[in-house]
Design a protein around this ligand. Structure first.
Ligand SMILES: O=C(O)COP(=O)(O)O
Length: 225
């Protein structure tokens, strides 16, 4: 009989923005500041929220409707990142249920970690300020390897640092690119439906092995509830 990969897991790796932390209010505020500094009307947080998982690219797309190939993009991106650094933890919170989930994993001797596309400059500020991350076995950022998700390299780096094999790990994320990366790395994947998902996303079509409505649903999947 085939082993259930969720029940045989030895570690759970998580995406950061939209999966462990609700950073959309600060990301949106940093982008909206660019608008108000230019005399434009502020936009509501709901406009920014679905795109918060796409970092600067997503926020500038909402604030100004521009893509990375636009000539103004690099300058606006630098200004956005400076704004974000100033407000990075003002309104950001850990999603309800995440601390309990992480406690349950560590109590059952499962390792856990973070694989994010956020660059180290910001990931480390958040890790320093949020106690949850003290028990993380590994934190891999978007610039920790030459590639970022959907490339599997950051996930494989996390697996290597944990001293495990990819098939012993689960990857949980709220974006199609998380599921693509997890599958390419040879992990079982879980789509976090409570996250940002991306505008107009159809997570049922991402090819994830499972979907969860809340962080604590993961315990049931792992057979730990
Ligand atoms: O900042 C980003 O690009 C998104 O970060 P994430 O991978 O934790 O969702």
């Amino acid at each position: 009989m085939k082993t259930n990969p969720f029940r045989a897991a030895r570690a759970v790796l998580f995406d950061l923005d939209g999966t462990l932390i609700d950073s959309a209010p600060d990301l949106g505020a940093a982008a909206d500041r660019l608008r108000t500094d230019r005399g434009l009307q502020p936009l509501p947080l709901q406009a920014y929220r679905p795109m918060a998982g796409a970092g600067a690219r997503g926020m500038l797309e909402v604030a100004f409707g521009i893509a990375p190939d636009h000539p103004d993009f690099p300058g606006l991106k630098d200004e956005f990142l400076a704004n974000y650094e100033r407000c990075i933890h003002d309104r950001t919170s850990v999603f309800d249920g995440v601390p309990e989930l992480v406690d349950a994993l560590t109590q059952r001797s499962l390792k856990w970690g973070v694989v994010t596309n956020k660059v180290t400059r910001f990931t480390s500020l958040i890790a320093q300020r949020v106690a949850l991350f003290d028990s993380a076995g590994v934190i891999v950022s978007g610039d920790s390897t030459p590639y970022s998700k959907p490339h599997p390299a950051p996930l494989l780096e996390a697996v290597f640092r944990l001293g495990l094999a990819a098939h012993e790990c689960i990857y949980v994320g709220d974006d199609a690119r998380d599921i693509v990366a997890g599958r390419a790395a040879g992990m079982s994947t879980v789509a976090a439906l409570y996250g940002y998902l991306g505008s107009g996303a159809l997570p049922q079509q991402w090819g994830a092995d499972a979907m969860i409505e809340t962080p604590m649903d993961l315990l049931n999947l792992l057979g730990l509830d």
